[in-house]
Ligand binder design. Structure first.
Ligand code: ADP
Length: 432
């Protein structure tokens, strides 16, 4: 540019007449003006192009200005990219959170919420933004809690929209009167807590009944020891002993269950010969039945029974529980069959009886602790109400499944289905 001006100046100096000099000078100025105008136009056009588009090439002062503009624009672009990706990450993380997060303005209007909060409170991020939260989340405890302004303790909220959903809601004030509401699904914990309370109530109840009987007998004996015949005293003592044995059985079952539930080590990988185990269980069941039932064992080809991998003690306890139940819930003269079948998919142990059977409504709950169809009959026959809960635990520790089929008045079939990984061919069948 300076060169162009110098040329014009020389032209003027060399020119003989002033008019020619002026024309050359004006021409030079016009060219200069045109050049700057073009660069300015190009700059204006560039501002309309997408961010990051390269600036046109230029010389002199324009070149410096363009370079500086380009550098600043690039830096601003990069800063914006960084911010956008940080925002995206925050957004993704917020939506992936297992807890609900809801931001409220100073007047409790919804500013932002993540997906979990949508589910927990039945809100919709787009639809409900800007609305007063208490016009949508209307549970009176929540409204009171939010308005009371004391957020030191969390609120346990039973959702009215989703029955069975219990939320732990915490409010954290921040900024200028804004609030962050954090919600956590504690339904499972609540359920466990209810189960724990029920369990303690049940155990206390189960122990109190025999204990009352024992202390009643003892009081009677103390009050009138000399008035009773020897046979009466013996009778009372026998009844007291029966009740103590009942308590002992209950405590034994409770300890077994607790050992199974509270991190007892995985069952030992013993090789349990199924035929031997079933014959021994049938023998014990016959002792319990005392000739009142016909108890058969069906093993198919005994040589093909094979072995079960697991804890002999636990498997014996589970199978014996099922066999004993069949004896206890089958009227005299009934027929009970213990059977075992091994196939490529695993093995199945089953106990079939033609006893009193079970109404289908009870079947899904039979393995709950202390669940009994007929409390009286269970007690009379020495039941604790924990047998099937123990069976279920043992089977699940052996990756097996308990199946129950039953029809009232016709009988029941309880079976334990083992996966192939738990069943092996026995020594004799492996040879054949
Ligand atoms: P219980 O000690 O009362 O027998 P269980 O957990 O072993 O407790 O069984 C739970 C309930 O299941 C029993 O109270 C009984 O009502 C029912 N039940 C179990 N086995 C049989 C069966 N073979 N026939 C009929 N009812 C059964």
């Amino acid at each position: 540019m300076i060169g162009l001006l110098a040329l014009v100046a020389i032209a003027m100096a060399l020119a003989d007449d002033e008019v020619t000099g002026l024309v050359v000078f004006s021409g030079g100025l016009l060219i200069l003006f045109g050049y700057h105008l073009r660069k300015l136009e190009r700059l204006a056009q560039w501002t309309l192009e997408p961010v990051g588009a390269p600036l046109p090439s230029a010389m002199g002062i324009w070149r410096r200005a363009f370079r500086e503009l380009e550098r600043r624009s690039r830096e601003a672009h990069e800063a914006r990219e960084r911010l956008t990706s940080a925002l995206d990450r925050f957004h993704d993380a917020s939506h992936a959170m297992p807890d609900g997060v809801l931001y409220l303005s100073g007047s409790d209007r919804i500013e932002w919420l993540n997906r979990k909060a949508e589910q927990h409170f039945g809100l919709h991020a787009m639809r409900d933004q800007g609305l007063q939260v208490t016009t949508i989340v209307r549970e009176p405890e929540f409204v009171r809690f939010l308005q009371a302004g004391d957020y030191r303790d969390a609120l346990v909220l039973n959702s009215s929209r989703h029955p069975g959903l219990t939320l732990l809601v915490q409010v954290v004030p921040f900024g200028e009167g804004q609030k962050m509401v954090v919600s956590r699904d504690v339904s499972q914990l609540e359920k466990l807590e209810t189960m724990r309370r029920d369990f303690i109530a049940n155990v206390s109840h189960e122990l109190r009944t025999p204990l009352t009987v024992v202390s009643g007998f003892l009081e009677t004996l103390i009050d009138g020891f000399d008035d009773f015949e020897r046979e009466d005293v013996q009778h009372f003592l026998q009844l007291a002993l029966d009740q103590s044995l009942r308590m002992q059985a209950l405590i034994g079952d409770l300890l077994t269950l607790s050992a199974l539930e509270t991190g007892a080590p995985a069952p030992a990988e013993e090789r349990v010969p199924v035929a031997v185990l079933l014959h021994s269980i049938a023998h014990d069941a016959r002792v319990l039945s005392n000739g009142r039932h016909e108890i058969a064992v069906d093993l198919g080809d005994e040589d093909e029974c094979g072995i079960l991998l697991g804890s002999e003690k636990e498997l014996r306890s589970a199978f014996a529980n099922l066999a004993n139940n069949a004896v206890r819930y089958t009227p005299d003269g009934g027929r009970i069959c213990l059977s075992w079948r091994r196939g490529p998919g695993g093995g199945e142990f089953s106990v079939q009886d033609n006893g009193i059977g079970i109404d289908p409504v009870h079947i899904p709950r039979l393995t709950e602790r202390f669940y009994r169809v007929d409390r009286g009959r269970s007690r009379e026959t020495g039941g604790t109400g924990l047998g099937l809960a123990i069976v279920k635990h043992i089977l699940s520790r052996h990756h097996a499944e308990l199946r129950i089929e039953s029809e009232p008045g016709k009988g029941s079939r309880f079976s334990a289905v083992f996966p192939a990984s738990r069943v092996r061919a026995g020594i004799r069948s492996a040879r054949s």
